[in-house]
Design a protein around this ligand. Structure first.
Ligand code: PEP
Length: 248
């Protein structure tokens, strides 16, 4: 019997891509698809949030940990809520790299999102060199522990975890289903040391070069509850086939 708390979720991260026509195409496609029994989230660049109709579940790609004020170029959780967001991606590896977001910064953003009743999609994942060094699990534990320290384990019932190996993002080099499962199992086990119930019920999605052609095999792994999709989320047809692959 499937665990209803772990109803699959597929989120599309458009990054700094998209257009008004793509908003219309995606909107139209999602409206006409049978997406029962799964959650589909679109995370477009901020200005496009306001163009989607309320039938589409929206997420942002980042938010400030400040509530408001003199922080030019930033966006707050309350503004995201006003524009219909339910989710926010936090700690994406591109932001960790481009904007020097540390584990501690990411933890503060998770706390701010939770405060605003936004569901954080908390991204964790290793570079190729961390994997090669044999320190994969220590590294992953560090990324998770910084957030546990900030918000407490109980709050993980309001978080979606995304395992995104950096070496697989935008490279066309997908983790094998067995590699994804190994890390997802580790993450669930790591959380279980603090709270087995939270660990059993948290959704952990995989991200890294997921396409219509490899989604089913990845999503059928025991501890994989869907995907965070970059490049393929810009192609409505491919994105839909990924969504359908996640249906229970
Ligand atoms: C991402 O950026 O979250 C991602 C998974 O990208 P891609 O699917 O293009 O690898």
């Amino acid at each position: 019997m499937e665990n209803p708390a772990r109803r699959p979720i597929v989120a599309g991260n458009w990054k700094m891509n998209g257009s008004r026509p793509l908003v219309d195409l995606m909107q139209n496609q999602l409206e006409h698809a049978d997406l029962e029994h799964l959650d589909v989230v679109i995370c477009p660049p901020l200005p496009y949030l306001g163009l989607f109709k309320s039938s589409v579940t929206l997420g942002a790609q980042n938010m400030s940990h400040f509530e408001s004020g003199a922080h030019t170029g930033e966006v707050s959780g309350s503004i995201l809520k006003e524009f219909g967001c339910s989710y926010v991606i936090v700690g994406h590896s591109e932001r960790r790299a481009d904007n020097h977001e540390s584990n501690a910064n990411v933890a503060l953003k998770v706390a701010a999102a939770l405060n605003m009743k936004l569901t954080p999609i908390l991204c964790v994942g290793e570079s190729g060199s961390v994997r090669d060094s044999g320190k994969l699990f220590t590294f992953m534990a560090g990324q998770i522990d910084a957030v546990i320290k900030q918000v407490g384990i109980a709050q993980f019932s309001n978080i979606v975890l995304a395992y995104e190996p950096i070496w697989a993002i935008g490279t066309g080099k997908t983790a094998s289903p067995a590699q994804a499962q190994e890390v997802h199992q580790f993450l669930r086990g790591h959380l279980a040391k603090q709270d087995p119930n939270i660990a059993a019920n948290i959704k952990i999605v995989y991200g890294g070069s997921v396409k219509g052609s490899n989604a089913k095999e990845l999503f059928s792994q025991k501890d994989v509850d869907g995907g965070l999709i970059g490049g393929a989320s810009l192609d409505p047809k491919d994105f839909l086939s990924i969504c359908l692959a996640a249906k229970q």
